[in-house]
Design a protein around this ligand. Structure first.
Ligand code: ADP
Ligand code: MG
Ligand code: MG
Length: 210
């Protein structure tokens, strides 16, 4: 993968395709324990990413992430828009103005993304939210970067951990967001935001591997 601004933009355009492919699935998940709009919310946001995000020669990864974040904040809406937007703004800030990403920067960006989601939404691990996918991803990424893994390896491990974390939301009772209104009845369903986080990380890992 090209690790500069152009590579970062290409990776997020690929995420847009994955969100489109999984829109109906995310709608179904959100219909079970929320208001059924998570897939449409994200699709609207990532369609806007496809329209608006461009990378000019010399753009840094941070500049691209800021564009993606601003686009998602202004178009996704719901709980997830500001959460993903904040995550990406913080991720960009953690990367700083370096022209190219490396494994350590990617792990730091993921950690900052989690901090952003927690600062904004105040969810704790086990509350059945996107934090339950993102937090294990951050831990796996940090461990991989520490051992000297490549970006592709860091993202592959983060993606696998996010997927396991998302699946592990099934038995949980939601304590944040709309699903929490259902109380015990939220148990037995996969959290839509945890699923979308796992899908996004899988897409980024796929870009990094190619
Ligand atoms: P809305 O609930 O406003 O319709 P979405 O359907 O787009 O928004 O997003 C719902 C997802 O947002 C949930 O599945 C959950 O993962 C995530 N979420 C909701 N509230 C929080 C929070 N406080 N912290 C972290 N994630 C949250
Ligand atoms: Mg919803
Ligand atoms: Mg909604």
């Amino acid at each position: 993968m090209n690790c500069d601004g152009a590579g970062t933009a290409a990776a997020w355009l690929r995420v847009a395709g994955v969100v489109r492919e999984h829109c109906d699935e995310l709608v179904r998940l959100d219909r079970a324990i929320g208001d059924g709009d998570h897939g449409e919310n994200l699709r609207r946001g990532f369609d806007a990413v496809v329209d608006r995000v461009t990378s000019a020669e010399g753009d840094t990864p941070r500049a691209v992430l800021r564009q993606v974040a601003a686009t998602l904040i202004s178009t996704v809406g719901g709980a997830a828009g500001p959460l993903y937007g904040t995550a990406l703004l913080r991720a960009g800030n953690a990367i700083g103005d370096r022209p190219d990403l490396d494994a350590t920067a990617v792990a730091a960006a993921l950690e900052a993304a989690l901090e952003g989601v927690v600062a904004r939404g105040r969810a704790e691990p086990g509350d059945k939210t996107m934090v339950d996918a993102l937090r294990p991803a951050v831990l796996a990424a940090a461990a991989a970067a520490e051992r000297g893994a490549t970006i592709a390896e860091v993202l592959a491990e983060a993606s696998a951990a996010a997927d396991a974390g998302a699946q592990a939301t099934v038995p949980l009772v939601a304590r944040k967001g709309r699903a929490s209104y259902l109380g015990e009845r939220s148990a037995g369903h996969l959290d839509p935001g945890a699923r979308s986080t796992a899908l996004i990380l899988a897409s980024l890992a796929g870009s990094a591997a190619s």
